[in-house]
Design a binder for this molecule. Structure first.
Ligand code: SAH
Ligand code: SF4
Ligand code: F3S
Length: 460
């Protein structure tokens, strides 16, 4: 077998895509390696969301140049592939700045990767220049129609892409340009993939989409199914224990089926990542979010009422063009009202081709830095408080792997917290009730309720 190395940046959708690309290449004789200098094909799956992410692509590409050259010198196959959102947005620029990149493939065209690699190899055999095979089309046919079912035999938790692309065009965001228009996979296709994953031992499925809450397909009965109906259907799969979905948009959340699913379906985890970006209506309007802070609060209330123990998470952008101190205070105020379980916050990064990049009143970096620190102080405090509220409680934890220390296992709580478990028994692969004894910013600590832990010898 030849070797394939894949380096993934960006969101969970890129993680899903990287797995699929690796799987597409397996029948062509490539197996995964962790050593980049060993690779016959190296794929860098890139992210374009902020300037820093894009810069990383160019430095990574430079780093891989030497691995590729070494292989070629040794007379072996050595190909460098750039995939993902930077490939889509700046494919030609990549080929210009790094002519040694052999293949550039966008996120909606990677089902054509085996063919593109064959083409690159053919041109290497027949002439001495660089092949420079590029495909950044948004093909009419869906890549999902060309994909084998995923192989997840070694994992308990798996991603499943159900929706791609975005039609919302927030003024700061590149995703509608890099991933294209909204597209929902058919329910039958998704259910087949979910059943297949569960048959392989997967216990938790996270449904993915750039706009997962915009999921919409025709139901088998002729009506429409949204994300709520889909979750309810997936919950019928025997052996599946947990369902999550991400990322949602406040505008599509008032789906009665989804609210009802959170109320009545125990497999649907009590955690919602619902980005708001800002708490100021003026800024929300400039961002083209098409919702107000009040509307966002109403959505949160509805879900809190349906599932009182729901934990909430969000994304925030600080220093969007024109953001005043007053606007920023409104964001802090919203955070205090909602009380988050955790959240991500970013400094606004102007992206080429997006409307916000050319707005006047760009906020200076030093002010962005101060605001980022202030927002993170508040969010981290809320996260600590949220985690501390579990100390003394017993919660079901999906135990995913052994920890680095002796007698330690690592798992995930229903609220997506990482849990370190002290246990002398190998409890990996099970959902176990854990008594939480301590908590930090990013982790809960505890022991199995049943007494399968090491310190108290009487309980072993
Ligand atoms: N589809 C999701 C997430 C998209 S990208 C949504 O609707 O929210 C993930 C996060 O990156 C966004 O929520 C936003 O907070 C952040 N982000 C996107 N573009 C950005 C930019 N230009 N500068 C800083 N952060 C950005
Ligand atoms: Fe980007 Fe907005 Fe679409 Fe999310 S909803 S992917 S932030 S344009
Ligand atoms: Fe990045 Fe593309 Fe995801 S820009 S965040 S990898 S959709």
């Amino acid at each position: 077998m030849k070797k394939l190395y894949v380096k993934t940046y960006g969101c969970q959708m890129n993680v899903y895509d990287s797995d699929r690309m690796a799987q597409l290449l397996r029948p062509h004789g490539y197996e995964m390696t962790d050593a980049p200098d060993d690779a016959n094909i190296a794929i860098i799956n890139t992210c374009h969301i902020r300037e820093k992410a894009t810069e990383k692509t160019f430095s990574e590409v430079g780093r891989f140049k030497k691995y590729r050259a070494k292989k070629r010198k040794a007379g072996e196959e050595g190909l460098l592939v750039v995939a993902g959102c930077v490939a889509q947005a700046e494919g030609a620029e990549i080929m210009r700045r790094a002519p040694y990149v052999d293949v550039v493939v966008g996120p909606q065209a990677y089902h054509r990767l085996p063919e593109m690699i064959a083409q690159a190899k053919r041109s290497i055999e027949t002439f001495t220049g660089n092949p420079q095979v590029i495909d950044t089309d948004f093909p009419v046919e869906s890549k999902f129609d060309h994909m084998p079912l995923p192989d997840s035999r070694s994992s308990l938790s798996s991603f499943l892409s159900i929706q791609e692309g975005c039609d919302k065009f927030c003024a700061f965001c590149v995703v509608p340009y890099t991933r294209g228009a909204e597209y929902s996979r058919s329910a039958a296709e998704i259910l087949k993939e979910a059943e297949h994953l569960v048959n392989q031992g997967v216990k938790e499925i996270t449904l993915l989409g750039q706009n997962v809450s915009a999921y919409k397909v025709q139901s088998p009965q002729g009506g429409t199914w949204g994300i709520g109906a889909l979750c309810t259907e997936i919950a019928n799969i025997e052996g599946l224990e947990r369902i999550r979905y991400t990322t949602s948009h406040p505008r599509d959340m008032m789906d009665p089926d989804l609210i009802e699913a959170h109320r009545s379906c125990p497999k649907l985890m009590p955690f919602l990542h619902l980005p708001v970006q800002s708490g100021s209506d003026r800024i929300l309007e400039a961002m083209n979010r098409k919702h107000t802070a009040k509307r966002y609060e109403e959505v949160i209330e509805v879900f809190r009422e349906a599932r009182p123990d729901m934990g909430f998470s969000s994304d925030f952008i600080v220093g969007f063009p024109g953001e005043t101190e007053e606007d920023f205070e409104a964001t802090l105020e919203l955070i205090r009202k909602i009380n988050y379980a955790q959240a991500y916050s970013f400094k606004y990064s102007p992206r080429p081709g997006t409307p916000a990049a050319t707005l006047d009143l760009q906020v200076p970096t030093n002010i962005q830095d101060i605001r980022l620190e202030r927002i993170q102080d508040l969010l981290f405090q809320q996260q600590r408080d949220f985690n501390n509220s579990f100390v003394g409680k017993t919660i079901p934890v999906l135990v995913e792997k052994l920890g680095n220390q002796k007698n330690q296992c690592l798992g995930k709580s229903p609220h997506q917290q990482s849990v370190q478990i002290e246990s002398s028994h190998d409890i990996v692969g099970k959902i176990i009730n854990i008594n939480i004894t301590d908590a930090g910013l990013k982790v809960l600590m505890g022991r199995p309720e049943s007494g399968l832990y090491v310190s108290d010898k009487t309980k072993i």
